[in-house]
Design a protein around this ligand. Structure first.
Ligand SMILES: [Zn+2]
Length: 344
């Protein structure tokens, strides 16, 4: 039981976000163009508040700082009120957990009410829209036999390879770029981790080879690509637990039972902008998921213009030493937030 708790904590820890060295490389990166979009779209923001639905006409009240000193992270460009929805974000890539594959939408992870079942593998989509959006990559996925890859993930208790598999299918059919995740900071990998990833890669690659996929389509799919993607997924993936989406008391009861028996998360996803938030043990922002994988970043308290927005990477209810150990082992830094400075 204790092991399970520790493991759970580690899972959460490794799914969260860190930047550090990544920012130093950022200016050289082609992906800089992408970040440039966020910055240009956020520095022109107006003071107008839009409490419920930040739209294209009112860009989110944030900017991502590129200064290399202490200034990395996400900053408020105006005062933000407690509870305000700062912005939403769609995943770059998402995937249901193995235990949720048949109970949530195969794309957006929404729990089912009106499912549209696809014939193979028992996966379903919540809407025509999700089915349409998934069509191309799912066609590629269906061509391959994933049983060995899935089996390996299952026995090893791995969930991140599922995200890598989906991204590989998306790249193969041209709906995603092979460099989609390059802008995110990679985890530092031990030789053991790399060895495991190489095993996964062999299984992934042979699934594609046996499917009807051309060499040209698979050209990106090298060991180096796979390890690089997993290294980024490892510390940038968010574990998604839905706060809403329950329809009646019976659902609530069965859901509570399911939480006890199985993994509470419906899946995992990697985002761009939410990955730029720094950590604080006493955060002023947090990320919630209501009914699907759309991330909602909300203010936890009143925030002043210019203040850095931070989220908590780990369970903030742990004591000070445990928090510092997890942060150091997981992300290679110690927290210097006000709460940590006071020794709490
Ligand atoms: Zn959906």
């Amino acid at each position: 039981m204790l092991l399970a708790v520790v493991r759970e904590t580690c899972d959460k820890m490794f799914q969260l976000v860190r930047y550090g060295r990544w920012l130093k490389n950022l200016k050289k990166s082609q992906s800089n163009l992408l970040l440039g979009f966020y910055i240009s779209s956020t520095t022109t923001t107006t003071a107008a508040r839009n409490e419920s639905n930040p739209s294209r006409s009112s860009p989110p009240p944030i900017r991502v700082s590129l200064t290399e000193s202490a200034g990395r992270g996400v900053f408020a460009t105006r005062a933000i009120g407690a509870g305000e929805l700062i912005h939403t974000a769609k995943p770059i890539v998402s995937h249901p957990s193995l235990s949720s594959t048949t109970s949530v939408c195969y794309l957006c992870l929404k729990s089912f009410r009106n499912r549209i079942t696809s014939e193979a593998q028992g996966v379903s989509f919540c809407s025509q829209e999700c089915e349409e959006q998934s069509k191309v990559f799912y066609e590629v996925e269906k061509q391959a036999d994933w049983s060995a890859y899935r089996e390996y993930c299952c026995t090893q208790g791995l969930k991140y390879p599922l995200l890598a598999k989906r991204l590989a299918c998306m790249v193969t059919c041209g709906v995603a770029n092979a460099e989609s995740l390059d802008i995110l900071q990679p985890a530092i990998l031990s030789p053991e981790m790399i060895l495991q990833m190489e095993k996964e890669f062999t299984l992934l690659r042979s699934a594609f080879e046996e499917a009807n996929v051309t060499d040209e389509q698979m050209a990106f799919l090298t060991k180096q690509w796979y390890v690089g993607v997993l290294a980024r997924i490892r510390i940038n993936a968010f574990r998604i637990e839905l706060a809403g989406g329950l329809y009646d008391y019976q659902d609530l009861l069965s859901s509570a039972a399911a939480l006890v028996e199985a993994e509470a998360a419906v899946g995992n996803a990697v985002y761009m902008l939410p990955s730029f938030y720094n950590h604080d043990c006493d955060p002023n922002a947090h990320i919630v998921w209501i009914e699907n994988s759309d991330a909602r970043v909300k203010a936890l308290r009143d925030i002043e213009a210019g203040e850095e927005l931070r989220i908590c990477y780990i369970d903030a209810s742990m004591d000070h030493d445990a928090r510092q150990t997890l942060l150091y082992e997981g992300f290679g830094f110690r927290c210097h937030c006000l709460r940590c400075l006071s020794g709490d």
